[in-house]
Design a protein around this ligand. Sequence first.
Ligand SMILES: [Zn+2]
Ligand SMILES: [Zn+2]
Length: 263
Amino acid sequence: MLTEVSAGPYTIRGVSVGGIYTSLSVPELDVIFDIGIAPRSFVGCENLLLSHGHADHIGALTALMGVRGLNKKGSPRVLLPAEIEADVRTALEALSRIQRFELVPNLVPVRPGDVHELYGDLCVRVFKTYHSVPSVGYQLFRRVKKLRAEFATLPGQEIARRREAGEDLFQVVERPEVAYATDTLIEALDREPSLYDSKVLVLECTFLDERKEKAHSRSRCHVHFDEILERAELFQNEHLVLMHFSQFYSPDEVRAILRQRAP
Ligand SMILES: [Zn+2]
Ligand SMILES: [Zn+2]
């Protein structure tokens, strides 16, 4: 039932149909993006990054937490737009009463521009997306040490010698790894151009051809494939993973349209 694609060092695994359900995991980074459905294999993952509160992205939060409860696990760390934190908490309290099993969430409210450390050198930056309800996207990056440019031409032995002598040769730089942008106008990319440089960009593409035109897509705050093609030269990503296709298209049709329009 789950689709899996390899994107460089990362696996993107999950299921996504616009308006129905979207939930993807990247096991190498221990993160889940959205929880519109709760596959059993996602239960061990410790970080859940929620884009917004539409049911196809958040509807299975209780199911995930319930199955984790069965496995004696508490809540994963759940990042979510700050505007919906209180309502999600209230909903989980009501569901706890209904099922007489307490769900204690670990909610981390976020706003565009926030940076949170996940573990080790892995961090996530929150960016603004443009939808009909409060929404955000997530850019995962690593903080890595890099030799300062002025030392780049030194031979290895000299670098080692200076390092031993205690000279500060390195600087910490951010290396964008995987970004996730869904349920948004395409302008989210233009206003956050670093997304075009992320090693992997997971991007919604709800509508694919002229049968649902760009104006229709924009009125629902979604990305149309036309808008991706218009920006084709901007995408410097090693892998662009498209998802959240409308149920208007069958999976075979999605592949055929993409092959035909972007050979
Ligand atoms: Zn959606
Ligand atoms: Zn939505």
